[in-house]
Every structure is written in C-alpha cells, then in structure tokens.
Design a protein around this ligand. Structure first.
Ligand code: FAD
Length: 481
C-alpha cells in the first residue's frame, strides 16, 4: 500500500490528510505526525479561551476550496448558531476553539469513517519528527524523537511557523519571563501592582490582552514594538472601481506603490478606509511577490511590510474597540522602540529599548511575554528536524531566508537546486517564496492541490501550472470586506 507521511497536524497537515483520504481512489496509508500543539487545531485553533476569536469572517473560513459554504453549513449544525439569520452568521467572528472543533470533526470523519468502503486510512503518530532521509530502496525514513522510525513513499512538511525568536539569548530564563505566547504564562500572572509587558503589538499581543481582560486583571499592560502599530479593525467595504491593470504582477514595486498610494489618498479624501486597496490586491499578492526581483522583495520587507501587516491582518471590530478603550483609559500603553535586551532586575524582568533617535529607555514587568512572532532567519533554525534536513542538503533556505525553497509543484528544492521526488512542503514554510501563505484562504487551496499531486492524479494536474498559488479566481470568496 502506498504510504504518505505528513509532518505537522495543524490546519495544513490535517487538511492535506483529509484531502488525500477523500480524493484517493486506491488503498493509501496516511501517517499524520504531530507534536506539541493539539492535533487538528495547531497553534491557532488549539486555544481553549472563548475570547480568542477568528480574525476572518465565518463566510471565508471553509476548510475546503471546492465547497465555499462548508464552515457555514457545519456551524448550522450547532444549536448556538442554528437560528442566526444567514447574513449575520456569514459575518460572525467565531471563537477559534470552535473552528478547532470543526477541523477535528472533519478529521474524525476520515479517521473513523462510518462506512467501511473508504480505501484510505489515516494513522496519527503523536511525536516529534527529528529527521528524514532517503533509504537505498528509494523510501523515505522518518526518525522520531524517541529513535523509532517510520517509512513512507512521500513526506509532506506541514510544520507551520518557526518557533518565536529568542530575544534574550537562548540562556536567559527567569520565572517572570515567558518566551512563547502559547506557553504557561497564565500561571505566572503577577499581582496587579506590577505591570505586564508584552513584546510585540500584533495578533498574539491581542490574545494576551483579551485573556487578561477576561480574567479581570486590573494592572497595567505595556506592549512594545518597532513601529508601535496595532492591527486595524475590519470594516464594510464600499463599491470602489477596479483600479488594477489586467496583469498587476508586471507593475514592479515602485509603480505598484505609486498606484496604491494614489488610491489610498483618494479613499482618505472621501472618508473611506484605505484598507480596501490592500483587500483588492489579495487575489494577486502571491503572483506580484513572485515577479518582484530580490531587491524589490528586500525593499518591500524593509519599508512596507510592517504597514502591510497592520492593514492586511485585521481584527473583529468589537475587539478593536476593547483595545482602543484600554489605550484611552491608560490600562494599555503602546511603546515604540527596538528591544535591545532583557535582564533580571530583582524579582522582575527589565526590558531595554531604543527609540528612533537612539535614546535608551527601560521598563520593568512582573511578567514579560514574548509575542514578537516567528523567528525570521531560517538558516539559524533551532528546530532539530530542519537542522538535520539542512545538514543532509535535502532542503535549502529561500533567497530571503524566511523559509525553504519549494517548487511550483510543492516539491522541496534541495541544496543542489534539484526538485525532490519524495519531500514536499506547504504552508508558512513557503513564506519567502509566496509572501501570503499563512491564513486559511491560502492554505485550504494548498492542502487540496498538494493532495492531488501526491496522489499523482494526472487528470487533475496541469503541466506548467504553478500549484503553490492561492485561490484560483473562482474560489475567491468575497475577499474584500
Ligand atoms: C493566534 C493565531 C490566530 C490566527 N487566526 C487566524 C484566523 O482567524 N483565520 C485564518 O485564516 N488564519 C488565522 N491564523 C493563521 C494560521 O496560522 C493558519 O490559519 C493555520 O492555523 C496555520 O496552520 P499550519 O498547520 O500551517 O501551522 P500550525 O498551526 O503551526 O501547525 C503545525 C503543527 O505541526 C506541528 N509540528 C511542527 N514541527 C513538527 C515536527 N517536527 N514533528 C511533529 N509535529 C510538528 C506543530 O507542533 C503544530 O501542531 C492565525 C494564526 C495564529 C497564530
């Protein structure tokens, strides 16, 4: 029987397994290897906190690209959503733990099918994969943390983002420091007379802020980042004429920026949100990114990426309102500066930072939580699996060192520049190659297309087609909000 091993059981790995099982016409064994975060849910949907909401409306969260209302229909099976009028349900920002339930329910349908005619079988292996090598007989051998090995014909890397970067050096540890927003920081909440400092002002900072608010913690929170910008709120878009040329990927960075700035100004003039401009780019961003040359990509990352992220990754309006209220009331302070170090200061952790003028400042917290996001330099990875794959020359960092090099058919490109015949990748590992490859609207398409390719279903594979690209036009579901 053909065997496909998937390393990583978050959204990407789970949905790749589900698509393999549902599209397979012959016997197939799918081994889903997952560690650390809950199976099916991964980092994002593993939260148990009710206040952690999706940041994408329910209408755009179907896990499968060929059934756009799949999530909406599933939500309707729950008594708490069954009576909501359709327009309201479609616009709901559902708790992420419910989305995790959705993914688990899809997985269990294929893990324990109630009919016995399904040719594919999904096995779950709860362990960390630490190495992959090719054996003499052409099979892939995956080594797990406890030394046991698994053999497979093909291996799919669906490992998600790299772990958060260590801001204070690997050796810094302190009872009041939490290096990871998904760690056990809730056990360390200090007395409200001490501040809590959050390093980062993005979506994970917001999760922490919401949980502290739900716990009615009355102390002050300081959030610090380079740009001091917090994510914007979702809004209802207006009818705005199409302004992009037929092939926006050929514009180049300078022309694109000029065009976007012109339309942002126009929208501001009429009192509308310039975020519409970013939303209109959504179906084209991966192609535009691919057409940029290296210097354009570097320039974008240096000058525009922070602003892009704040506008692109928006949050539900009620959450934004809670955040701005806390800022107005002084319960949440947002500082702008480059974090230069962490040190122990009595019982607390001192965070040193430098502003744009080079002036030094420091703040002390009874709890400091690192929410600065995934480590950005892939070649410095501390992850055993990737250290080993790099050592074996089976993978190579992409040109921006944000992830790994992956071909148009999801095949990983090795150190010699050759496309692997047995190692494939999807999800955030392709960030340097695609830029947008993090959220469900991109990942659901990848999870299905990689399954088609892994099954060698030639009838669905078009030669020369770039399968990494997100949603084909017909699958762009109301992408502007
Ligand atoms: C807080 C948060 C909220 C988000 N909210 C939304 C949202 O509302 N809408 C949206 O579209 N997107 C959202 N996202 C984006 C989110 O990243 C994707 O939707 C998706 O969950 C990514 O899934 P993934 O499987 O690629 O990665 P992950 O969820 O990170 O899953 C990877 C899994 O692989 C495991 N793994 C890694 N390496 C190994 C190994 N060597 N061996 C075994 N197991 C391994 C990990 O432990 C993990 O369980 C959110 C992200 C975060 C962090």
């Amino acid at each position: 029987m053909k065997k496909v091993a998937i390393i990583g059981g978050g959204f990407s790995g789970t949905m790749a397994a589900v698509n393999l099982a549902r599209l397979s016409t012959g016997p197939l064994c799918i081994q889903l290897i997952n560690d650390k975060y809950p199976l099916g849910r991964g980092v994002a949907y593993g939260t148990k906190q009710e206040e952690h909401l999706l940041n994408v409306a329910a209408r755009n969260m179907s896990a499968v690209p060929d059934h756009s209302n799949h999530f909406i229909d599933w939500l309707r099976t729950r008594v708490d959503y069954s009576d909501l009028p359709d327009p309201q349900l479609r616009e709901t920002y559902v708790p992420r733990r419910i989305y995790g339930d959705y993914l688990r329910s899809i997985l269990s349908t294929y893990m324990q099918p109630i009919d016995s005619h399904h040719p594919a079988e999904i096995q779950v292996i709860e362990s960390e994969a630490v190495d992959v090598e090719l054996t003499y007989d052409g099979c892939a051998k995956i080594t797990l943390k406890d030394g046991t090995t698994i053999e497979a014909d093909r291996v799919l890397l669906a490992t998600g983002n790299q772990p958060p970067s260590s801001l204070a050096g690997e050796s810094f540890s302190h009872p009041a420091y939490s290096p990871d927003p998904w760690g056990n920081w809730m056990e360390k909440i200090p007395d409200p007379k001490d501040d809590i400092i959050i390093l980062g002002t993005g979506l994970s900072m917001i999760d922490i802020f919401l949980t502290l608010s739900e716990k009615e913690w009355t102390g002050n929170i300081t959030a610090i980042s380079h740009n001091g910008m917090i994510p914007q709120a979702h809004f209802r878009g207006i009818e705005y004429p199409d302004f992009l040329p037929p092939e926006p990927e050929n514009l180049g960075l300078d022309n694109l920026v000029e065009l976007l700035e012109k339309h942002c100004k126009q929208l501001q003039r009429i009192g509308e949100n310039p975020g519409i401009v970013v939303d209109r780019l959504r179906p084209h961003t991966q192609r535009i990114w691919q057409k940029f040359d290296l210097s354009e990509k570097q320039e974008f990352l240096k000058r525009y990426a922070a602003r892009w992220n704040v506008i692109r990754h928006r949050i539900a309006q009620p959450i934004h309102q809670r955040l701005t209220e806390a800022i107005t009331e002084g319960r949440l302070r947002v500082l702008r500066g480059r974090i230069t170090g962490l040190s122990e200061h009595n019982e607390k952790v001192r965070v040193s930072l430098q502003n744009k003028k080079g002036e030094e400042q420091s703040v002390e917290g009874g709890l400091v939580i690192n929410c600065t996001g995934p480590n950005s330099g892939f070649s410095d990875t501390s992850v055993p699996l990737f250290k080993n794959l790099l050592k074996r020359g089976l993978i190579q960092p992409d040109e921006l060192d944000m992830g790994i090099d992956v071909g148009a058919d999801f095949a990983v490109i090795n150190a010699e520049g050759e496309h692997s015949e047995f190692l494939f990748a999807i999800g955030p590992l392709m960030k340097g190659t695609l830029w947008e490859t993090t959220a469900v609207p991109e990942l659901r398409g990848q999870a299905m297309r990689v399954a088609q390719l892994l099954l060698d279903d030639v009838s669905t594979v078009t030669p020369g087609h770039d399968y990494r690209f997100s949603v084909e036009e017909e699958h762009v579901i109301e992408y502007y909000i």
